[in-house]
Ligand binder design. Structure first.
Ligand code: AGP
Length: 372
């Protein structure tokens, strides 16, 4: 009913709007005033976390994209090797697991059969399993050794939005906590990250306030057949997520690519007026990456692409090559997905509406996939 949707036309719109609160709720009580992580709720003893030799993340769909982003954070902040795998592929390739492997299973519903089977397989091999889950008491956390709940609240729309942002928050918390218990040197970079993470709800709010041009742009593209998404580093999984949202909701051909791969094939797809969304990393920090993606934008534009550029406020270098420029607040590189994903959600939702699709209940899809 309209009341359930809180005055919004669709649950998805309501859930997009709830993201600042979902992020804040997921952070609540987990970072103390001194910037230390307090995750006693994880029932895995610190000693075991210290001994973990490898992290393996298993998940499906949007949760898998959160896992891909987590890999960058875990490896960079903790130096523990991390693999990410589609849960549906995991157990069929005889993965190498033992008591020193920490498996992280990410699932909004906690009922996804592929993810459940992957975690059962991991536990049979003696690995410890930590669930990141949004649904209290669901099967995946019940069958795991430990759980870190995301506090997104119920997500009704089939297309995941607020659950994804909270999965990212949970992944960052786990990564930082692993670093903390293992005594990783807490340099200025990590202190800054913790501070910025604590402020991320505000930044998501800021993005939401500036989405009208994104909606207008989406409507203007309603009769297109294809949209491509490019990113690199953590922007690559963001590109994959942007493409998945568009497939699910707008039923359009959408693909995400690592921008560095363009020259290895996908650039052949570029043609006159093809919309290409590019997620630009921060010009601060890893500026080499930034410069490379700016030249990618120039390359595709020279071949006729209509460039839709998502870039940090104050990043002027991209402006001359952007047919449409979407601004996001400046954020440390690893946290950028928290803000960069939001315009892509809004974009897909609006395009779906413009194409007359059922936003909350896309064809052929179920909210949780309880079959393998
Ligand atoms: C997200 O928009 C999708 N509907 C889907 O990919 C989903 O993320 C996937 O099925 C995993 O679901 P889960 O998080 O409940 O395990």
């Amino acid at each position: 009913s309209a009341a359930e949707k809180g005055g919004y036309d669709y649950f998805m719109l309501k859930e997009i709007a709830e993201q600042p609160k979902a992020v804040a709720d997921t952070l609540l009580g987990r970072i103390d005033a001194s910037g230390s992580l307090s995750l006693d709720e994880l029932r895995i003893p610190d000693a075991e976390l210290r001994e973990a030799e490898k992290v393996v993340i298993v998940a499906c769909g949007t949760a898998f994209h959160a896992g891909l982003i987590a890999k960058y954070a875990i490896e960079h902040w903790t130096r523990i090797p991390c693999e990410v795998e589609l849960a549906s592929e995991f157990r069929y390739r005889d993965p190498i697991l033992d008591a020193r492997t920490l498996v992280v299973a990410i699932s909004q519903s906690g009922e996804t059969m592929d993810t459940l089977m992957a975690l059962r397989h991991a536990r049979e091999q003696g690995a410890k399993v930590l669930a990141i889950c949004n649904t209290n008491g669901s099967t995946i956390p019940r069958e795991s050794d430990a759980v870190l709940y995301t506090h997104a609240g119920p997500e009704v729309a089939v297309a995941s939005t607020k659950a994804f942002l909270t999965q990212l928050v949970a992944c960052y918390l786990v990564a930082l906590y692993l670093g903390q218990v293992r005594g990783t040197k807490w340099g200025d970079e990590i202190h800054a990250v913790v501070r910025e993470l604590a402020r991320s709800a505000e930044k998501v709010e800021q993005v939401l306030e500036t989405m009208e041009p994104v909606r207008a742009l989406a409507r203007s593209l309603a009769d297109k057949n294809t949209v491509l998404f490019l990113g690199r580093h953590v922007g690559y999984p963001v590109a994959l997520e942007g493409a998945l949202k568009l497939k699910e909701l707008a039923y359009m051909h959408a693909e995400g690519f690592a921008a560095g791969e363009l020259k290895h094939g996908p650039i052949a797809l570029i043609e006159e007026d093809l919309p290409v969304v590019v997620v630009v990393p921060s010009p601060r920090g890893r500026s080499v990456l930034h410069d490379k993606i700016v030249s990618n934008i120039q390359e595709i534009r020279a071949r006729g692409a209509r460039t839709i550029v998502i870039a940090e406020e104050g990043d002027e270098s991209v402006a001359p090559y952007a047919d449409h420029l979407i601004r996001i607040p400046a954020t440390p590189t690893l946290l950028q997905p928290l803000v960069a994903t939001v315009p892509l959600q809004v974009f897909a939702c609006e395009l779906a509406t413009a194409r007359g699709n059922e936003v909350d209940q896309p064809r052929n899809l179920a909210k949780s996939v309880t079959v393998e």
